[in-house]
Design a protein around this ligand. Structure first.
Ligand code: SF4
Length: 317
């Protein structure tokens, strides 16, 4: 309990943060949009971890979800379409002490940002990567996205999407050095919170695909998923996401899944008859690129020049 030591004496904090310390401007997403739930869950994680707001930065690309930095009381960077991850990697590379959150969407990450998604997961820098996946481009008013299901009608495909949806889980699991892959739905707050917390605590890139409701442009799709929990399978394991009975009651289908088993994670992700929720894969020992790239960040220009000259002297003929 905050403020009380185990012996029930009062613990006096020099600084104590409440949810308000992580809140920025008023969120202007549509009423009922799943983005609100993700914002609240992320702020709760920061509050419960007592993360210094001035040491956190939220980075985004373009899309509805990418408005998140405006609504956080942390530092923020609202970037260009598909470019959230290179900005986040740049921040982490030069300022590894900062806590980095990335807010991106299915269009932003899985379409225009695809190259960055692949390489950033391989770099495995220590950040929390939230992909808000509503299966449509919402900000630009209903175009087909890479995760729009076959037959889904949009402005760009009025007779229905003509290809099967892209599976971002199998792609992510196939990236060399990937270290944390989870999937969750926005309408289960305890599971969403615990999943983001686990991703935040993980040292490396915590990839969380959040199946997110867009009641404006994907109302039927969102409702069908929300009303049919049997479409999902809850992944349970002592090394997985912590969950209580209230979460288990929501999902009639549950399986034991060891998140250290990459081959099994592939099978679970590839079975599109039941969407997995929980932790698919976790490797806490994967190399983090910033541990290598940030070496020498504190050096003075003179020290860098001296080091540079030393290296050049070795190869001077
Ligand atoms: Fe949310 Fe959809 Fe509105 Fe965008 S258009 S804010 S995704 S409900």
């Amino acid at each position: 309990m905050f403020g009380l030591k185990p012996d029930w004496s009062l613990e006096v904090f020099e600084r104590y943060f409440t949810m308000g310390d992580y809140a920025g401007g008023e969120a202007r997403w549509c009423p009922g949009c799943g983005d609100h739930a993700v914002l609240t869950a992320a702020q709760k994680v920061l509050r419960d971890e007592q993360q210094l707001p001035e040491m956190s930065v939220c980075v985004s690309g373009i899309g509805c979800s990418s408005r998140m930095p405006h609504y956080m009381g942390t530092f923020g960077f609202h970037g260009l379409h598909g470019r959230a991850l290179p900005v986040a990697c740049g921040i982490k590379s030069r300022r590894p002490e900062l806590d980095v959150w990335v807010a991106t969407g299915d269009g932003d990450c899985f379409s225009i940002g695809t190259a960055h998604w692949i390489h950033a997961l391989r770099y495995n820098m220590d950040m929390t990567l939230m992909v808000f996946d509503n299966a449509i481009y919402g900000l630009t008013k209903a175009q087909t996205s890479p995760t729009s299901p076959l037959g889904f009608k949009t402005n760009t495909h009025p007779f229905g999407a003509i290809l099967d949806a892209h599976n971002p889980l199998t792609v992510t699991l196939g990236i060399t050095n990937v270290s944390f892959v989870a999937q969750v739905v926005d309408w289960n707050p305890p599971l969403l919170y615990e999943t983001l917390k686990a991703a935040y605590r993980h040292k490396g890139t915590g990839f969380v695909r959040i199946i997110q409701r867009c009641p404006v442009y994907a109302q039927k799709l969102s409702k069908d998923l929300q009303d049919n929990p049997e479409r999902f399978v809850l992944l349970e394991h002592p090394q997985g996401i912590a969950m209580d009975k209230s979460v288990q009651r929501q999902f009639p289908n549950r399986v034991e899944h060891d998140p250290t088993d990459l081959n099994r994670a592939f099978q679970v992700a590839a079975d599109e008859s039941r969407l997995p929720v929980g932790l698919l894969y976790h490797n806490p020992d994967a190399i983090c690129y910033e541990d290598l790239s940030s070496q020498g960040v504190e050096m003075t220009p003179e020290e860098r020049l001296a080091g540079f000259n030393t290296v050049l002297d070795r190869i001077t003929i």
